[in-house]
Design a protein around this ligand. Structure first.
Ligand SMILES: Nc1ncnc2c1ncn2[C@@H]1O[C@H](COP(=O)(O)OP(=O)(O)OP(=O)(O)O)[C@@H](O)[C@H]1O
Ligand SMILES: [Mg+2]
Length: 225
């Protein structure tokens, strides 16, 4: 991996949710690609035996972000070489219903994001993930995902989550076809429809995430996401 004068301490972002299909892999590949497009050296570490992110990487034409498949119990063996090779950001994608994977990822992380659909079953189930993440003592935020484009559900879900002690990201991803279509050939919504609404939502989340981990939004090549 290339290095320039910009000094960036490698950051680790864990995407965690015990609930299946909440949007972990969607969030992981979109934020990783946003950071790579901004000029950072980024790797997605896919800790999910389903290997969804890895398969996305296999379908992808571009060679960034790097996608590495591995087991959570081997995290140090995955993290240390990445750091030695000049990685700026590692995005850990995790499996649903897998306490140990989620815990190990959260403990290794600087920031934990918990995607959650704003639906009753998902909001009910999030308690387990919140408790698990608390034990890691890392900054953790729920990111509402696949929200309907209209209505008051974001406000309602946010109020419910905050009242149960969760921190909620000020940006959401809406339910949009661009998120599902883009990944078919290993792309992201930013690449599929650069001026689309989905791309703008990812940019907003990326910029917010950079602020939380103290990473300039513009990476080594001086690009802005
Ligand atoms: N904002 C969105 N808009 C439209 N479709 C979405 C959105 N987020 C996720 N999806 C779709 O929902 C499905 C589940 O998303 P994803 O695979 O990211 O969830 P996951 O939490 O990684 O699932 P798993 O728990 O199985 O690993 C996928 O088909 C994905 O394309
Ligand atoms: Mg997944």
């Amino acid at each position: 991996m290339s290095t320039t004068n910009l000094v960036v301490t490698m950051k680790i972002l864990a995407i965690v949710s015990q609930k299946g299909g909440s949007g972990k892999t969607t969030l992981a590949v979109h934020l990783a690609t946003a950071a790579a497009a901004a000029g950072y050296n980024v790797a997605v570490i896919d800790l999910d035996p389903q290997a969804t992110a890895t398969k996305w990487g296999d379908r992808r034409e571009a060679d960034t972000p790097e996608v590495v498949s591995g087991q959570a119990v081997r995290l140090p063996a995955l993290i240390n070489p990445a750091q030695a090779n000049g990685a700026d950001l590692l995005v850990l994608d995790t499996a649903p219903n897998a306490d140990q994977i989620a815990s190990l990822a959260a403990r290794a992380a600087d920031l934990v994001l918990i995607p959650c659909r704003p639906a009753k079953f998902d909001l009910e189930a999030i308690e387990t993930t919140l408790l698990l993440v608390q034990t890691a003592h890392k900054p953790a935020y729920v990111v509402l995902n696949a929200v309907p484009p209209k209505g008051s559900i974001v406000e309602e879900a946010t109020a419910g989550l905050v009242s149960s002690g969760a921190k909620v990201a000020p940006h959401q991803l809406t339910q949009r076809a661009a998120f599902t279509h883009a990944v078919i050939d290993g792309r992201t919504a930013q690449e599929f429809e650069p001026r689309g609404k989905a791309a703008r939502e990812v940019d907003a989340l990326y910029v917010w995430m950079c602020g939380l981990v103290d990473m300039p939004t513009s990476g080594r090549k001086g690009k802005v996401a």
